[in-house]
Ligand binder design. Structure first.
Ligand code: KG4
Ligand code: ZN
Length: 333
């Protein structure tokens, strides 16, 4: 069964065709990074205008690459939350128009649940229940996953998402946008023990996270060093920041795994592309007898294949959205 997926929640305009929830026939993504780069972050107004310009081309390319026409998909799945309202509305409007004109069912998909679902696409025999850590530019969430469509939220960040901390630190240091991949690359050349940054909520005894204080600690450290005329090796600073951020994620995820008595841990979201997170979690997980899985990079960051993939399972469950489907900015579980 073919599902056309559409994603426009943030700054990527994406469309994909997926068969039976796992087989990707096409996965087209038009990144707007170049347009937001000079602002050091996403400008919502620019994002929605670019989505309007790009959405039809992206959908057309996804259909062409899959070798199908708009008449072929069984249903249209589209991200409706969470995200930038103006951006979400572009994808939703396109999906509604197709659904209406071609008499197709419309399925609203939660972007965050789709990130977690990426692991089922990559590993169709993925064990349940398992724990999933979704780490992106907007979210840091820990889920107890019972099936592709059933996730229980255990905890999340109380302030900045981990990807946001990466992006804000990169902006502060004028490194470019998005900051995650840049810091990941530069940190490899640094000493992670050079500076002992705080590990927020490491031993809080719950499943929550906080990254705003860590981000501030990094910026204060730089400001103070500059005032004192002290030279800092940027690679050491970044490696030390990354060590602190990733250590908190890994330690808390492993502890949650033990407490919830699961044997599999999964990662998703843009920060799941982080090399230190993947490596450390895999190593420490193996020591604890836990299996650690994550999707290929293309399925970690924003894309529409995960929307079409999860859309298939929602469709099979009988879930349908009416043409009144609208954008929701926040995550509402
Ligand atoms: O899931 P995603 O593509 O979009 C959101 O829904 O937010 O995640 C984007 C986030 C950005 O904050 C970016 O800096 C971060 O993922 N990111 C990384 C890496 N690659 C992307 N963070 C750390 N290390 C990486 N290698
Ligand atoms: Zn995302």
């Amino acid at each position: 069964m073919l599902i056309l997926g559409i994603e426009s929640s943030c700054d990527d305009t994406a469309a994909a065709v997926v068969e039976d929830g796992v087989r990707i026939l096409s996965n087209v993504i038009s990144s707007q990074n170049a347009f937001h780069q000079k602002y050091g972050g996403i400008v919502p107004e620019i994002a929605s205008r670019k989505h309007v310009e790009l959405i039809l081309y992206v959908i057309e390319e996804a259909l062409n690459k899959a070798g199908i026409t708009l008449a072929d998909p069984e249903a249209i799945a589209v991200t409706y939350k969470p995200g930038l309202v103006g951006s979400l509305l572009v994808g939703i409007s396109a999906a509604k128009a197709i659904a209406y004109c071609y008499h197709k069912p419309l399925i609203g998909v939660n972007h965050i649940e789709a990130h977690a679902y990426a692991n089922f696409m990559e590993h169709p025999d993925l064990e349940v229940p398992h724990l999933n850590l979704t780490v992106s530019g907007g979210h840091t969430l820990l889920f107890y996953v019972k099936s592709p469509t059933e996730q229980e939220l255990l905890g999340g960040t109380l302030d900045d998402a981990v990807g946001e901390a990466y992006d804000k630190i990169a902006k502060f240091l004028n490194l470019g946008f998005p900051g995650g991949p840049i810091i990941d690359r530069l940190a490899k050349k640094g000493d992670p023990k050079a500076i002992n940054f705080p590990r927020p909520l490491l031993n809080s005894g719950d499943y929550n996270f906080s990254f705003s204080g860590l981000k501030t600690a990094v910026t204060y450290y730089v400001k103070e060093a500059r005032e004192q005329g002290k030279e800092i090796r940027e690679e050491d600073l970044l490696a030390s920041f990354q060590q602190a951020a990733i250590e908190v994620l890994v330690v808390k995820l492993l502890k949650a795994g033990e407490e919830k008595q699961v044997f599999t841990l999964t990662l998703s979201g843009g920060v799941a592309a982080n090399s230190l997170l993947r490596k450390t979690l895999s190593e420490k997980g193996a020591e604890q007898g836990l299996k650690v899985v994550y999707p290929r990079l293309e399925l970690c960051t924003d894309n529409a294949a995960i929307i079409a993939g999860l859309g298939y399972h929602l469709f099979k469950k009988g879930e349908r959205s009416g043409l009144e489907l609208s954008a929701i900015a926040n995550l509402e579980f």
